[in-house]
Design a protein around this ligand. Structure first.
Ligand code: SF4
Length: 496
């Protein structure tokens, strides 16, 4: 019988996360809660020699101190997950604007470059107005963890590859492509029960949570992830044990499903006990042979893995070891798009998990003006494979989601980047360059199109293995991907 003191307590308060994770409906059955002592023992066995005594001694870049409001924050505080949650930078429809305005005013200089040569400048006030204008029309609410917030180059935020992924600027937004959709992958069509997508014959996507530590502007699940925005009232995916169990029962009753992706939202916002519960529950399903846990945590808040007072990584390693013991495989899938997101904390966090035996794969999204060059993707792949020792698994074409037109690239870009890189990087470190087909065709190699008209920007694909959940209507279906339309002239000058 487990002692009460061993139970990991939720401590997320005053937020959407608290409302979702702290609700009574979400309490796990007591008999199923894995104890903190179990994680700790598992982690100790998995990684018997600590990578470094932590916090490490000297010489590490305390990069967060460049952010004026965090100039006095110690290494110990910055590593703390509790500190990160308390200092998350966020704004959503119901937030008072003053707090975010104050934070932005403290980090943005009097003027910021409007173009790449800095021959044109924009005042801080205008720039902040531009951000609030972007928030007004974005499909994602704004939330940024301190780690990733402090990786932004605030001297030139408009051209910073991190800023552009997470903070919207009205002046960069473009009208949606007429074929863009909020649920561009038609996940709802392939959802036999709530919080589960079953598209591929042997694989299902389990969505136990709909919140993330940091929200990406281009999120493919913007129809459900995060708080409502002025533009989008989110589809409810509130996690309850009842919904989780319905998903588990569907998986149990569908023996051809052998592979589960646990995503969301971001599994980083599952508590350690929830993570352990899900892992153990999946491992116990006989037909499930492997599963991946999807989290952007290594990029946006790697400090959590290093925080000696937090057990998420212990729970992850415990799940990994349990899976191995039962003849199954568990992996972590992370999501880093640009080398600038990788700090020494990311390296240390990866090291802890890799030395604990964890398999980690990365999935990037190709984004206009952020990472859409062979040089940047090459640097990213090398950093992932050689510094972090993780598998650079996928580079995705950006999905045709509403409000991300300015971030999409033509199909030709991803094809050209792959062509330029192949042969310059070891084959086993080369990612697959993928289009996730609109309307639920699933993932196809970007170069495997049936036809691609560069003039109209329309590419066509088939997906013979995809049956989905639609009683055969996908057989022989041709899926179309549309390149972004040329930018409207009124806004072209601002993208630099
Ligand atoms: S972390 Fe994943 S689920 Fe969350 S906003 Fe980003 S892309 Fe969407």
């Amino acid at each position: 019988m487990m002692r009460r003191v061993d139970r990991i307590q939720h401590s997320l308060s005053g937020s959407l996360v608290a409302r979702q994770l702290g609700s009574r409906a979400f309490m796990l059955p007591r008999s199923s809660i894995v104890s903190r002592a179990q994680y700790s023992q598992a982690a100790a066995v998995a990684a018997p020699v600590p990578a470094e005594p932590f916090p490490p001694s000297n010489g590490l870049d305390e990069f967060w101190r460049k952010v004026p409001m965090w100039k006095d924050v110690s290494m110990e505080d910055f590593i703390s997950w509790d500190w990160s949650k308390k200092n998350v930078v966020e704004h959503h429809r119901r937030s008072a604007p003053e707090k975010l305005k104050g934070i932005l005013t403290s980090v943005i200089p009097d003027h910021v470059p409007l173009n790449r040569t800095a021959s044109l400048l924009q005042s801080r006030e205008e720039f902040i107005k531009d951000i609030f204008g972007g928030i007004e029309v974005s499909s994602m609410s704004l939330r940024i963890m301190p780690h990733v917030f402090s990786r932004i180059n605030w001297q030139d935020p408009r051209h910073d590859p991190i800023f552009r992924q997470f903070i919207p600027l009205n002046s960069l937004m473009q009208p949606d492509h007429p074929k863009s959709e909020l649920d561009s992958l038609h996940e709802n069509d392939d959802s036999p029960v709530s919080n589960l997508v079953h598209r591929y014959p042997d694989k299902a996507l389990f969505l136990p949570i709909s919140v993330c530590p940091t929200y990406c502007l281009y999120c493919t699940r913007s129809y459900a992830v995060g708080a409502d925005t002025s533009e989008v009232t989110k589809q409810q995916m509130k996690p309850t044990l009842k919904k989780w169990e319905a998903a588990f029962r569907y998986i149990e009753a569908t023996p051809q499903i052998t592979d589960i992706v646990v995503s969301g939202g971001d599994a980083y916002y599952l508590s350690p006990e929830q993570l352990a519960y899900i892992g153990e529950r999946l491992i116990k399903i006989p037909n499930v042979k492997k599963f991946r846990i999807a989290s952007k945590g290594l990029g946006v808040a790697p400090n959590r893995i290093l925080d000696p007072n937090d057990q998420w990584s212990d729970a992850l390693l415990w799940v990994h070891r349990l899976a191995l013991k039962e003849g199954k495989r568990a992996a972590l899938h992370t999501h880093i798009n640009h080398p600038s997101e990788i700090s020494w904390m990311t390296e240390q966090a990866c090291r802890k998990l890799i030395e604990g035996g964890m398999t980690i794969r990365n999935q990037s999204v190709l984004l206009n003006g952020i990472n859409d060059s062979a040089e940047t993707i090459s640097k990213l792949i090398r950093s992932l494979a050689e510094d972090l020792r993780i598998n650079p698994y996928y580079v995705y074409q950006c999905d045709m989601v509403e409000k991300v037109e300015h971030l999409r690239t033509p199909l030709q870009s991803i094809i050209d980047i792959e062509a330029q890189l192949r042969g310059s990087i070891a084959g086993f470190d080369m990612p697959q360059f993928i289009v996730d087909l609109p309307q639920g065709g699933g993932k196809r190699l970007a170069g495997s199109y049936l036809s691609y008209d560069r003039n109209t920007g329309v590419s066509r694909f088939t997906a013979p293995a995809i049956s989905g959940n639609d009683n055969g209507t996908k057989v022989n279906k041709v899926y179309e991907y549309y390149d972004p339309l040329p930018p409207t002239t009124a806004k072209m000058g601002h993208s630099g």
